[in-house]
Design a protein around this ligand. Structure first.
Ligand SMILES: [Zn+2]
Length: 147
């Protein structure tokens, strides 16, 4: 379930002109097994500054419901609830569930806005940690204030 062009344009319009400035390409990718080894189970998006290119991957179906022994961190739990996902405790396990509309909101207002933040921030070299915290702040303040 990849994003559609209308979703991308809505996000770009919401963020404003700086989102489109020098941005060359946004790739909306279908699912592939190659994305699975990254991060905590999946790679959802990426920004390539040398090409001014954003890639948004399809959300893996098997990640729509995940049971684990530990609850998500407060930050991740907040993101899950913001897109309409559910976090339940079932027989000692934490079960996180996202339905299709929640996955759509996650890709649109979390993943895409996060990668746009990296594009906007491209001329400000800093540590990876600071780069990510800027992108998360941007996602929270711009992405979710508009939903
Ligand atoms: Zn990032």
């Amino acid at each position: 379930m990849p994003l559609r062009i209308d979703d991308v344009n809505e996000v770009l319009d919401t963020v404003g002109p700086m989102a489109r400035q020098e941005l060359q390409t946004i790739l909306l990718l279908g699912g592939t097994n190659k994305q699975l080894p990254f991060g905590r189970g999946a790679l959802y998006g990426a920004y390539y500054p040398a090409r001014q290119l954003i890639a948004v991957h399809a959300f893996p179906k098997h990640r729509m419901q995940v049971a684990s022994n530990r609850p998500p961190s407060p930050t991740i739990a907040q993101s899950i609830r913001r897109v309409g996902g559910e976090i339940k405790s079932v027989s000692g396990k934490t079960v996180v569930s996202l339905d299709e509309p929640a996955v759509g909101r996650f890709l649109k207002w979390h993943v895409l806005v996060h990668e746009i933040a990296h594009h906007i921030d491209r001329h400000n070299p800093k540590t990876r940690r600071k780069t990510e915290s800027f992108a998360e702040w941007f996602t929270t303040s711009v992405g979710f204030s508009s939903t």
